[in-house]
Design a protein around this ligand. Structure first.
Ligand SMILES: Nc1nc2c(ncn2[C@@H]2O[C@H](COP(=O)(O)OP(=O)(O)OP(=O)(O)O)[C@@H](O)[C@H]2O)c(=O)[nH]1
Ligand SMILES: [Mg+2]
Length: 199
């Protein structure tokens, strides 16, 4: 029998209204795409199990609504997340300009750790002709922040799996190094603890 490790990770997807967050998630989890737009009211969760190396990962991915009126409410869901997908629409300049705010909102809810919090940026709808955000501009933003960038299309299923799995793999590495640090700390602590118990 394969003694595969099992890890549960919470991921979130955030970004402005209508950029395609729900569509990206449905493409990744269900391999489906809908042209009709149904805004996400608050948040919803989808799960997917994937295998990375010797680990079975259960991804719980929180889809959040981009409407302004939900911003403070959805930000309460960021807490405890292991990684984040930031999304914008390459045909919507405002959605790109709003990224600093979305990123700031997420980082404000994350407890700072030695290991940096994993994020990836997805520029969605590259199947459309009327692009407003050049690839180099988005890449420049990501370079400054040390975040990987993917140009994607939820509609045509371009780069979607690669982007989600890059985030999952970074979130898993962070989870493992936090776990190792905890174990090292408890090994360091245990001799003192046993001494104090016996004296
Ligand atoms: N052409 C094209 N349209 C897309 C793509 N992804 C999403 N859409 C369309 O964009 C619209 C909005 O998509 P959603 O996935 O609902 O966007 P959202 O970011 O979840 O929106 P909120 O929940 O309101 O924040 C829908 O009509 C989708 O069909 C894409 O890659 N290409
Ligand atoms: Mg949505």
């Amino acid at each position: 029998m394969n003694p595969r490790k099992k890890v549960d990770l919470k991921l979130i997807i955030v970004g402005a209204i209508g950029v395609g967050k729900t569509s990206l998630l449905h493409q990744y989890v269900h391999k489906t795409f809908y042209e009709e737009y149904q805004t996400t009211l608050g948040a919803s969760i989808l799960s997917k199990i994937i295998i990375l190396g010797d680990t079975t990962l259960k991804l719980q991915i929180w889809d959040t609504g981009g409407q302004e009126r939900f911003r403070s409410m959805v930000s309460t869901f960021y807490k405890g997340s292991d990684g984040c997908i930031l999304a914008f629409d390459v045909t919507d300049l405002e959605s790109f300009e709003a990224l600093d705010i979305w990123r700031g909102d997420v980082l404000a809810k994350i407890v700072p750790m030695e290991q940096s919090y994993p994020m990836v940026l997805l520029g969605n709808k590259i199947d459309l002709a009327d692009r407003k955000v050049p690839q180099e501009v988005a890449q420049g933003w990501c370079r400054e922040k040390d975040i990987p960038y993917f140009e994607v299309s939820a509609k045509n299923d371009i780069n979607v799996v690669q982007a989600f799995e890059m985030l999952a793999s970074r979130a898993l590495s962070r989870y493992q190094s936090i776990l190792e640090n905890h174990l090292t700390e408890s090994i360091k602590l245990s001799p003192d603890q046993s001494r104090s118990r016996c004296c």
